[in-house]
Design a protein around this ligand. Structure first.
Ligand code: COA
Length: 171
């Protein structure tokens, strides 16, 4: 199934970057692999982190939040000029499963959006999946809107908004 697409149509009115968000460096590969491995169902190794993030020329920066010697959140700022030369793409956003609900994922995402604006890009885009309701909720809060390239995407978003709304009313 094709990924869902979301877009923030401009990079104005960004919230400030919270304290404690840092850019990653080469020494962070192992800790990043641990974090991404815990947050996603695919296997992450330090080599994969270097290949897909730290050494990937399309990735302008990877942002981190540290707690002691552990990493607890990350988001990467990527460019894909062949897909959209004016957009910055959010990439591999994650917070540690034990520390969800504190807006850590939001904080690193805001840092990536500021990077896009500083680089002169004018919008942001991302791909996500139907089951990632906490992520989608955070992206909506940051001003991202769904894209409907096909009728199927519209049907999938209809179900997502129904589930988000049910959750809101259950609280
Ligand atoms: C996406 C992610 C980084 C957000 O983590 P976080 O910053 O700690 O965010 P929170 O846990 O505070 O939740 C964000 C929102 O999701 C909501 N949420 C939490 N659990 C939810 C659920 N089961 N269903 C729907 N919404 C949910 C929260 O209420 C919050 O919404 P609000 O801002 O409107 O109150 C984290 O959930 C994560 O790492 N997920 C796994 C990896 C992933 O899916 N990454 C995104 C790839 S596109």
């Amino acid at each position: 199934m094709l990924s869902l697409l979301m877009r923030r149509p401009h990079l104005k009115d960004l919230p400030p970057v919270p304290d404690g968000v840092d850019p990653a460096g080469p020494l962070d590969a192992t800790a990043l692999a641990h974090l991404l491995d815990a947050a996603f169902s695919t296997t992450w190794t330090p080599d994969r982190v270097r290949l897909e993030l730290l050494d990937d020329p399309t990735v302008r920066a990877t942002y981190l939040i540290r707690r002691g010697d552990r990493l607890v959140a990350t988001a990467s700022a990527r460019v894909l000029p062949h897909r959209d030369p004016q957009a910055g793409w959010l990439h591999w956003v994650a917070s540690h499963p034990a520390l969800r609900g504190r807006g850590l994922g939001l904080a690193v995402t805001v840092a990536a959006l500021h990077r896009f604006a500083a680089d002169g890009l004018t919008s942001s885009a991302l791909e996500t999946d139907d089951h990632r309701l906490p992520a989608i909720s955070a992206y909506l809060r940051l001003g991202f809107v769904p894209q409907y390239p096909t009728q199927t995407h519209q049907d999938r978003w209809s179900e997502i908004f129904r589930r988000l709304s049910l959750r809101r009313h259950a609280r």
